[in-house]
Design a protein around this ligand. Sequence first.
Ligand SMILES: [Fe+2]
Length: 354
Amino acid sequence: MKTWLNKSALSKGAVTALASISIFTLAACSGGTAPTASDGAAGSATDAITVYNAQHDTLTQAWADAFTKETGIKVTLRQGDDSELSNQIVQEGAKSPADVFLTENSPAMTQVENAGLFADTSAKIQEQVPAEYRPSTNKWTGIAARSTVFAYDKTKLTEAQLPKSIMDLADPAWKGRWAASPSGADFQAIVSAMLELKGEAATLSWLESMKENSKAYKGNSTAMKAVNAGEVEGAVIYHYYWFGDQAKTGENSKNVALEYFKSQDPGAFVSISGGGVLASSKHQDNAQKFLEFITGKAGQTVLQTGTSFEYPVASDVAPNAKLTPLSELQAPKIDPAKLNSAKVTELMTQAGLL
Ligand SMILES: [Fe+2]
């Protein structure tokens, strides 16, 4: 489902007058409420930057509002999902109106990088972001991180009954008992990690078992709700859907607990959300400034204190205290540049999941 938003078209109010709209729905990610629009007090239209945003809209809106408040530079968001926007950028090439591209997962960044469309990130960005959270090419940078989890029905499963590895879900014993959102970029990033760690044959075989064993839902929130409602016993999703729901009413997660696979398992994959400046951007300085802001103390603190429950990756900002620290997740070490989204789509199509 497309969720395009040209925020500048909505920006008419005063600084504090936030206009909200309610016509948007999110398919792959239920990041929360509808986007808001706001104007900075300073900055002219020619300074404004356009961000193609595949991150959760509420998170990027919080970053954009804080950035505009600090710099006066206006930010226009265009909302879509990872591959939708990366395909769009590649198709638009040098004519793309995008100054910055933000994603939920890195395969879409790699696609744009491989098309030669990113400028180098600034020295400040490279200074703020540890090497493990950005590609060595420095054509984009990590801006946040998220962990794969098995969200399970704690009223039905004991810890001893949980799969030890995501690979175990291929076992016929799990038939009809677990769920995922195979059409979403989040799940496809997890598969890309499996492909990198286990190879093509093992991944295809796992995907074929998944087609047999699992129930497909549209969106991670929907998959988690299905667990909570007792439709399935577990779901492979990212961690923040559970924390986000718990922070609200908990009504969609009250029966749900999280298992972190750890042990460098493919199911312990920590996905890096990316940000990059388009080489064709006419606002290079402001675009770099926006990424510097996001990866700086203020931007990363939005992750710590806001409602996204994603992990900060830069400027030594600690995660929200409710989260298990990244350092304890025993995630597999994977070079984000090696995540191959095209091959994932091919294998998932072959397995009948797409
Ligand atoms: Fe998501």
